[in-house]
Design a protein around this ligand. Sequence first.
Ligand SMILES: Nc1ncnc2c1ncn2[C@@H]1O[C@H](COP(=O)(O)OP(=O)(O)OP(=O)(O)O)[C@@H](O)[C@H]1O
Length: 228
Amino acid sequence: MIVMKDVYKKYPNGVVAANGINVKIGRGEFVYVVGPSGAGKSTFIKMMYREETPTSGSIMINSINLATLRSKRVPYLRRQIGVVFQDFKLLPKLNVYENVAFALEVIEETPKQIRKKVNEVLALVGLTQKARMFPNELSGGEQQRVSIARSIVNSPKVVIADEPTGNLDPDTSWDIMNIFEQINSRGTTIVMATHNKEIVNTIRHRVIVVDGGMITRDEYEGVYGYES
Ligand SMILES: Nc1ncnc2c1ncn2[C@@H]1O[C@H](COP(=O)(O)OP(=O)(O)OP(=O)(O)O)[C@@H](O)[C@H]1O
């Protein structure tokens, strides 16, 4: 469902952040993207949701070629891919319920459907009781739950997460990982960049190691940090 072929990315300042990436990620997989700082993980992930475009090569997601996708089609893509960020990116003036509802394509949904979907995802992330609170009234872990609820409310086939536990304490990070596990067990593909070795080595999934803009290792049930 995600296929990258010969993907190369050179930023305007001359830095090559992707240097010939070839990878296939199948439906329902859970993939960690790991590697040293500056290795090109964020660039790899950003190209998957078209925050960045490759200089050359192709990226297909569910038969949409991101390298040639016109800008006006990007919102359509974003409805098929949920994105979760390290710093949550919630809208501060909207409450929890509104932040999640905002992600729905309002014109295509009846108010009743919107209520049903938003309430379902808020229950999934355990925030039903906090639906009327505002982001600045929530803990970091709660804000990340809202952002995860927002990423899945459109029922995307893929969720892409860039360091989703990077700003959270260890206990909260495990809670957030449990939510990702639940989402993945319902058939959603998850691609997650992380620095958290303990998580990668405990909740075992495919591990893609990126270094110097290349995939240097790609293993199912992989480990992180113990290679020679
Ligand atoms: N917008 C940009 N313009 C120019 N260079 C960039 C840009 N974004 C990233 N880079 C460079 O590309 C390289 C890869 O960066 P990237 O953010 O993808 O790495 P990363 O593996 O995610 O790092 P970290 O773990 O520290 O977040 C780095 O050398 C970085 O300086």
